[in-house]
Design a protein around this ligand. Sequence first.
Ligand code: TYD
Ligand code: MG
Length: 454
Amino acid sequence: MAKSKIIYVCQECGYSTPKWLGRCPECGTYSSLVEEPVKAPPKAVQSARPGMGGEHRPAALKDISIQESHRKHTGILELDRVLGGGIVEGSLVLVGGDPGIGKSTLLLQMCLHLADAGVKVLYVTGEESLHQIKLRANRLGGHQGLMEVYAQTEVDRIEESILETSPDIVVIDSIQTLYADDIGSAPGSVSQVRESTARLMRLAKSKRHAIFIVGHVTKEGAIAGPRVLEHMVDTVLYFEGERTISYRILRAVKNRYGSTNEIGVFEMGSQGLVEVPNPSEYMLNGRPMGEAGSVVSCCMEGTRPLLVEVQALLSRSNFQMPRRTVSGMDMGRANLLLAVLEKKLRMNTGEQDVYLNVAGGIRVLEPALDLGIVAAVLSSFRNQAVDEKTVFMGEVGLTGEVRGVTHCPQRVREAAKLGFQRCILPKANLAACRDIPGVACHGVESVRELQGLL
Ligand code: TYD
Ligand code: MG
């Protein structure tokens, strides 16, 4: 019998060492190394390599024939888009996200759609009972046709079952519950998660099943996050959002079969996730009209322009150190813009509390939002409402200059589509946007010019 050995594995990045260390030398996290027994030398590293077709010698690139991979449509347009146009045969997709965000719901909905369309689906769950899955599936509707459900956490059993029934699509919910017998450590540890994923990947590549793996992103140290798996899988999707806010964004952060610039927007309702085909409209829902401090700006979410409402509230401070509270944007960026306004427009906010917010719970880190923030602050400072049919976009630099933004015409078209009549944008982008019908574009070069346009 092989002598069992102990290694210490960082639960953040997967670094392993035979000696315990207080701090991981790879990722710098403290107290993240956990003792894990290994009976055999870890196979995970070898088996983690993609393309294990078992070829023994190199092949000439020109001689390799490919069939245009056939994609299966999930029945959920937003999901298809993020996947790059549907599910590719033999692909391994990781769906990550905070617990409770809706990963199981999304994948169950996908399975039900596929089963409806006659695709053979296997849903493996290690988190819920079959009874719970049935209840949820009933709630979500659909015919449940060729769908099989399996409550199992042992990788060997799951492999056997996949080989036996040969489903087209397999969902594993979640990777953290899986357990490979020959790895001594607990389910959810880096070694277990990696080995299970490696095995599933071999299966996906050799037998052309598409496999979806759910991975919870967890607070540091608790159980291995899906981050250690990102390099092993073909596609990584993250499901984001606040549990208290009903809309969710599905984002591709890696995709061997498509662009990573795509997002899908969903809303969690009583009957599962509903696609939001027009997110801008959704984001601007409930916007106050004719109120000072509310301004519309446009950011890009991947390749999609998204109109958002930026809100500013300035009020006289009762604190010695006036408050600066921002949500949905970068605090440093907001402070920088306030400093620019102070210096260039002599706008003294030193005795005012400043609250800034991007409505709808979305977080925008794109500099194109700058001009919107500046306009909202000015509007609140003067207590003067901004025309509600105007959109502001542009990056503001330290000297108060307004710099060009990417994809400007697309943003302006989105604004026109939603009935906006005026766009204040960087002068550098004006020529490209001048002829877009329905909106009048004004180019500005500095924040000073903005004053006269509000
Ligand atoms: P779930 O898919 O279980 O999250 P995850 O798998 O990412 O942990 O969904 C979590 C939440 O979604 C749960 O709190 C209940 C809510 N939910 C609805 O609001 N409506 C629904 O139709 C369903 C199925 C779930
Ligand atoms: Mg779940």
